[in-house]
Design a protein around this ligand. Structure first.
Ligand SMILES: Nc1ncnc2c1ncn2[C@@H]1O[C@H](COP(=O)(O)OP(=O)(O)OP(=O)(O)O)[C@@H](O)[C@H]1O
Length: 237
């Protein structure tokens, strides 16, 4: 579904994405971990087209999208949530989804309303459909972030720290929704610091440090690796 080949990106002298190569087969869920500032969100911005890479290639669903705009990638099936939810605060939850479904996918107007109703149901937001987005709790705002991404009809769903700041119960309920989306066959890449939530969903983990991939593979094996322990415990182990 997605392949990055030797992708690099610098901001001035700071190399934030350093020769990154990995792929994600269709239907798989990949988790991305790494310390603050490791370049995780930048990597998402490169995949979605919010940022253009300096070098390397990005292939999505068989198409080279390296120089394709964010809008076109979204229309093609790349959906994302942002680390800091920024819905249209004065619009209702349903209206927020209408914006995403109308502009983020190719569908007729009648079809768009139907899609939004389904997404509300799937993301547990049906009771809040007519509430202003600005009135939502943190969990509901996170759900809306997920729902807006789902309303664009993604084949590849990128989740950026969607579990951060939630209580354990809220986190579990969101994880269940993500599991259901994954079970329906949507390919997922999920950046998350809440590791138990992440590892309860993903089949593989990728570790990023100073913009470089320092490990990718089975989550249990990755979490036991010396490099990961050094990064997270801050000492040689
Ligand atoms: N537009 C930008 N211009 C300059 N520097 C940037 C820009 N965006 C990010 N950076 C820098 O790039 C580095 C990586 O940032 P990024 O947000 O990708 O890290 P992250 O791994 O997502 O961090 P966190 O876990 O804190 O969200 C940081 O040093 C950040 O300050």
């Amino acid at each position: 579904m997605l392949a990055l080949q030797n992708v690099s990106k610098s901001f001035g002298v700071l190399k934030v994405t350093d020769d990154v190569t990995f792929d994600v087969p269709a239907g798989q869920a990949l988790g991305i971990i790494g310390p603050n500032g490791a370049g995780k969100s930048t990597l998402f911005n490169l995949i979605t087209g919010n940022l253009m890479s300096d070098s390397g290639a990005i292939v999505f669903d068989g198409q080279d999208v390296t120089r394709t705009s964010a809008m076109r990638r979204c229309l093609g099936g790349v959906g994302r949530s942002f680390q800091i939810p920024q819905p249209f605060e004065k619009l209702t939850v349903f209206e927020n989804l209408l914006v995403a479904a109308s502009h983020g996918r190719s569908a007729s107007e009648a079809h768009v309303t139907q899609i939004c109703a389904e997404v509300l149901e799937r993301t547990g937001l049906l009771p809040k459909a007519n509430a202003a987005a600005g009135s939502l709790s943190l969990l509901e705002r996170k759900r809306l972030e997920l729902a807006r991404a789902m309303a664009t009809g993604p084949k590849l769903l990128l989740l950026d720290e969607i579990a951060g700041g939630l209580t354990e119960g809220e986190c579990q309920s969101l994880v269940q929704t993500i599991r259901e989306i994954h079970a329906e066959g949507v390919t997922i890449i999920w950046i998350e610091h809440v590791l138990h939530a992440l590892t309860s969903v993903v089949e593989r983990l990728l570790v990023l440090d100073f913009g470089r991939v320092i490990g990718i593979g089975d989550p249990a094996r990755i979490m036991e690796s010396r490099e990961v322990k050094e990064i997270y415990l801050g000492a040689e182990v």
